[in-house]
Design a protein around this ligand. Structure first.
Ligand code: GTP
Ligand code: MG
Length: 532
């Protein structure tokens, strides 16, 4: 009997059954290694001498193997392989039946209440108890920041607590009936927009927090406030749906006023439309009080707010729909961070395809081949993971110092393109001091986890804003508000995709001196520099 062929068939079958977790292209390249692993595992199982008490069947087989090792080792191996495959299949089925997972980023102007809402969610979902709340209350009081105690749940470092401002993107988990959520609590302060960009680039949906308190909505929404900048960045970074929570409705200057709520909604809708959101399909508005926990996990009563009969925040989160992602695409995971821990661990969000323990992948742009030895989703070790998951992946074959954030863990057969030049369509938002935008303009490019200095080397054509078509006449410079097609160059090689193929790896922002001056999409990868 051709045992090798049998094992090979088994391995491939079991891989096929989990909905193409391994892509057809990946099959061939990982096949040999998988076979090696299968044989190693088999050896382990066959040699194991202590039977597992509650697995009667398995123990009988072990006995057989131990008693008659010479008579029929091939059959025993075959059986062990079958059992192993069945066990893996059951594990994978359990994982596949898990609730869907969504990353939700909290954005909005400084002090709108993002961290307070995040903290309240953890409290309402039972992850923080009353004793801990009392401790935070005391600490907040000691720092003369009484009302910040809920925010302290998310704002964990000293600087954040002292100043009452989030700096690093806070991360937490909670579940509704249908969905597991990872909360990303972005900072609102304009100094930390790069951190907000990194949070938003990992998110599927956004919660835009708006303070209804007198004066606060106005400051946040005016030019220079972060409400506008965050919305534009979120759209560009691929946040397809927005929940707009009008917060602080309990504040004495608001008192659950319908007029105030309507005023805010009416002012924001045109801006959301102009930023590319379909306000009927992609946007939901609702009033809450994050600090009091009202209209959060359950609907509020008429006694609190007589005019609202709509859903609670958790209900909206639970029912939000985003387009399903294809788990069979070529694997892409932009690396946002890495560290050393029994090998090299890389962190990031899977933007395309699926990953499985034992896979062989490549780290781009270095082209270093690596092997996946462990996958961690939240706190759990998992065998495989699909698109949209935030993961820590332990890999061998590369040192952590050889990885930079912005590198991409990628399929070997269809690796992510590497370029130093590309063509893009840009929307100019606001140039510094109304400068003009022309060839030679330098800025910082933010695309997925990449942050690189770049230079505009050619303006190709200006886009007519009415027809959205390129204009015929030659363009030498453009001003605020213009849309333009241009060629962009970076010093170091970067891994990007055309927006049309992989939106998450093909949209970007340009910033100068800490301000977002343009948002854009990649339309062409420069063929000369591409080394895919
Ligand atoms: P940054 O991280 O700096 O961007 O701020 P943030 O949006 O995370 O705001 P944070 O949660 O730190 O809250 C800022 C202030 O608003 C705190 O004093 C909160 O107590 C207060 N606040 C937040 N939510 C509410 C609310 O629902 N009602 C009232 N009255 N105050 C609130
Ligand atoms: Mg905060």
């Amino acid at each position: 009997m051709d045992l090798e062929a049998e094992i090979r068939a088994l391995q491939l079958d079991s891989a096929d059954e989990i909905n193409g977790v391994v892509t057809p292209e990946d099959h061939n390249s990982v096949e040999v290694e998988k076979l090696d692993k299968a044989e190693e595992d088999l050896k382990d199982e066959v040699q194991e001498s202590v039977p597992v008490p509650d697995e009667q069947q398995a123990s009988e087989d072990h006995d057989q193997v131990m008693l008659h090792p010479v008579h029929n080792p091939a059959k025993a191996k075959e059986k062990a392989a079958q059992e192993k495959a069945a066990k893996e299949e059951a594990e994978e089925e359990a994982e596949a039946n898990k609730k869907r997972h969504l990353n939700v980023v909290f954005i909005g102007h400084v002090d709108a209440g993002k961290s307070t809402i995040g903290g309240q969610i953890l409290f309402l979902s039972g992850q923080v108890d009353d004793r801990q709340i009392q401790k935070y209350e005391k600490e907040a009081k000691d720092k003369s920041r009484e009302s910040w105690y809920m925010a302290y749940i998310m704002d964990t470092n000293e600087e954040e607590r002292l100043k009452g401002k989030t700096v690093e993107v806070g991360r937490a988990h909670f579940e509704t009936q249908s969905t597991r959520f990872t909360i990303l609590d972005a900072p609102g302060h304009k100094s930390y927009v790069p951190n907000m960009i990194s949070g938003a680039s990992q998110a599927d949906i956004g919660v835009l927090v708006i303070s209804a308190r007198k004066g606060e909505f106005e400051t946040g929404f005016e030019r220079g406030g972060q409400t506008r900048e965050h919305v534009q960045l979120a759209k560009t970074l691929g946040v397809s749906k927005l929940i707009i929570v009008v917060n602080k409705m309990d504040d004495p200057t608001v008192g659950w006023s319908k007029e105030r709520y309507d005023e805010i909604e009416q002012k924001i809708v045109p801006f959301l439309k102009a930023s590319g959101y379909n306000t009927k399909k992609d946007v939901v508005f609702l009033p809450i009080s994050g600090l009091m926990g009202i209209n959060m996990d359950t609907r509020m009563g008429q006694d609190v707010c007589p005019w609202w009969s709509g859903p609670s925040f958790f209900e909206v989160l639970d029912s939000i729909e985003i387009p399903p992602r294809d788990p069979n695409g070529p694997f892409r995971m932009p690396i946002i961070d890495k560290f050393k821990d029994m090998g090299t661990v890389v962190m990031g969000k899977v933007e395309s395809g699926s990953i499985r323990e034992g896979d062989s992948l490549v780290v781009m742009p270095n082209k270093e081949q690596v092997k996946v030895v462990g996958i961690y989703c939240d706190e759990d070790k998992v065998k495989r993971a699909g698109p949209g998951e935030n993961l820590r992946v332990r890999i061998t074959g590369i040192e952590d110092e050889d990885i930079l954030s912005g590198f991409v863990l990628s399929s070997i057969v269809k690796p992510v393109p590497v370029v130093t030049e590309f063509v893009a369509q840009l929307q100019i938002l606001e140039l510094l001091d109304n400068a003009i935008f022309t060839a030679g303009y330098k800025a910082i490019l933010h695309i997925h986890a990449v942050v690189e200095e770049c230079e505009i080397i050619e303006l190709k054509s200006q886009i007519d804003l009415k027809t959205r078509k390129p204009m015929k006449k030659k363009v030498l410079f453009v001003k605020n508000g213009a849309a333009v097609v241009c060629r962009i160059q970076v010093l170091n090689s970067i891994c990007i995709e055309k927006f049309a193929d992989f939106p998450q790896l093909g949209r970007f922002t340009l910033r100068t001196e800490g301000k977002t001056i343009a948002v854009g999409k990649v339309t062409e990868l420069s063929s000369a520099a591409s080394s895919a």
